[in-house]
Design a protein around this ligand. Structure first.
Ligand SMILES: [Zn+2]
Length: 338
């Protein structure tokens, strides 16, 4: 089959690879309904994350089960499934505590920018729908696999609840999903920090009440102005740079919470500064599996439309253009038809 392989910095190709097979009795093979490019795929694409040889890319997926291993009990061929980018057994102590992304058997999904993919620990990782969803819902169900689940976690970790004031740092796909999530959780004020018109528009559509285009100290000053000089109780950090983390910390009020889901690259946090700021931090890879059943229902009931985050659609064979467009910020997120 033809699938996406990253050979080195800026060198992404669609080329012939072996079809996945059941390797362990707990595996499932799915036929993907669609695939996509993630903002986090850009770190190795830009050469900012070491890679060891050609890498099979793609960790966001939904599709139809075609084969399962002998030990798989909860999903069967013909079912439509969505899974997390974190593979988890959903039975270990961390999974049962709701942190499936720290599962004792955790693996990170790869090889999903392809027509078929192998899903390890299928019982713990996959959530099946009662029936096959209609085609127009596929982008939103695909979003649930990572960006929606991650935005949701950012809002949850930031303690967003009914009536909250939330600030979202970052206008990539995850930041925009953070806006949508904060809205669903009942935030009454959602301030999106963005400098790009098309992303500002989407943020407003997803529920943002205010847009702040300034950054750094000026951005923080604007947030203070909008919050009676105190800052926000909930801040979602969805980038992962020193600048975005500092901005997020400074936008939160004392006692406020920061959910940080941008994979940190070169971020330093000063202990004494954190101590005196009195702010709480929770981040990491999102436990998407915890939220999946709920998020899938929201999509199937058409209460949310996270699939709007895909503003570019390409055949898998044009994957290189998908990476380029996202790298150059011409596209928010590229959907790949397989
Ligand atoms: Zn586990």
């Amino acid at each position: 089959m033809l699938a996406t392989v990253l050979h080195g910095k800026g060198d992404i190709r669609c080329e012939e690879v072996a079809e996945p097979k059941i390797e362990r009795p707990t595996d499932a093979i799915i036929k993907l309904s669609a695939s996509c490019v993630c903002g986090s795929d850009l770190w190795p694409y830009r050469g900012l994350q070491p890679t060891s040889g050609p890498a099979h890319m793609g960790h966001e997926y939904c599709g139809v089960v075609v084969e399962v291993g002998d030990a798989v009990k909860t999903v069967k061929p013909g079912q439509f499934v969505v899974g997390s980018f974190c593979i988890s057994d959903n039975t270990c102590p961390h999974c049962r505590f709701g942190f499936q992304s720290s599962c004792e058997q955790r693996e990170f999904m790869s090889g999903a920018q392809a027509p078929y993919a192998r899903i390890p620990l299928a019982d713990g990782t996959l959530v099946a729908t009662a029936e096959l969803p209609s085609d127009d819902l596929i982008p939103s169900l695909l979003a649930a696999s990572d960006v929606l689940g991650t935005g949701w976690y950012a809002a949850d970790a930031a303690g967003v609840q009914e009536g909250s004031t939330a600030v979202v740092v970052g206008d990539g796909a995850v930041g925009l999903m953070g806006v949508l999530s904060a809205k669903q959780m009942g935030a009454s004020r959602i301030i999106a920090m963005s400098r790009h018109k098309s992303r500002q528009d989407l943020a407003l559509e997803f529920g943002a009440t205010d847009i702040v285009s300034e950054r750094g100290d000026e951005g923080v000053a604007r947030i203070k102005e909008l919050t009676n000089g105190v800052g926000a109780e909930s801040v979602l950090e969805c980038v992962g740079t020193q600048e975005s983390m500092t901005q997020a910390m400074n936008c939160a009020r004392p006692g406020g919470k920061i959910g940080f889901v941008g994979v940190p690259h070169g971020v330093q946090i000063d202990g004494q500064n954190l101590f005196f700021q009195q702010k709480s931090l929770l981040g990491g890879p999102a436990p998407v599996r915890r939220y999946l059943p709920y998020l899938i229902d929201l999509v199937l009931d058409r209460k949310i439309d996270p699939g709007k985050v895909f503003d570019l659609e390409l055949p898998l064979s044009d994957v290189a253009e998908g990476y380029r467009a996202m790298d150059e910020r011409r596209a928010i997120k590229a959907l790949l038809r397989v």
